[in-house]
Design a protein around this ligand. Sequence first.
Ligand code: AMP
Length: 191
Amino acid sequence: MSRISSLCVYCGSSDSVDPVHREAAAAFGRLCAAAGIAIVFGGGRIGLMGCCADAAMAAGGEVIGVIPHHLNAVEIGHQNITRLHLVDSMHQRKQLMFELSDAFIVLPGGIGTLDEAFEIITWRHLNLHDKPVVIVDNDGYWQPFVALVDHLIDQGFAQPAVRELFTMVARVEEVLPALLALPDPARADRL
Ligand code: AMP
């Protein structure tokens, strides 16, 4: 775990979701704070993003948001965090979130979370990085994601090895142990 000092959290911006996911996001924020790991996230104060950031801040953690001006302008940027980076575009935001993070954690979310998850997995597939990606299948939320990846493989559009580009865990409590258990470097021989 010594090589992990910051984790990027991708998660939903909706507030109209099952509380089981809001609780998981908050629990993950507390776990990172307790482990001394900084959270990098999309910078919003809404949805699971807000739950995770608020809980980490309340537990004395470090939280770094990266938000484009156009989203901050409509007053959804989180002001009560350690640092909020304002950038010009969504692409700059994703790039900075990538650079600031040692690994990527996917909590339940919507199309924005899916976009971020698939992009970071694709970048890893293309050997643009070798940082771990952990998907948290909280309450079985990401089973359709697993089924979709299986479908891509079944239909010949992806190799079975793409399954090794990410690690699935069932609960947020398993994320830090899973990262600890990964070989270092995470997977030099896979591609
Ligand atoms: P979604 O899963 O569609 O709710 O989108 C959430 C993800 O997209 C987060 O991980 C953010 O990085 C990004 N995102 C979407 N909407 C916002 C927002 N209003 N403020 C900040 N980030 C957002």
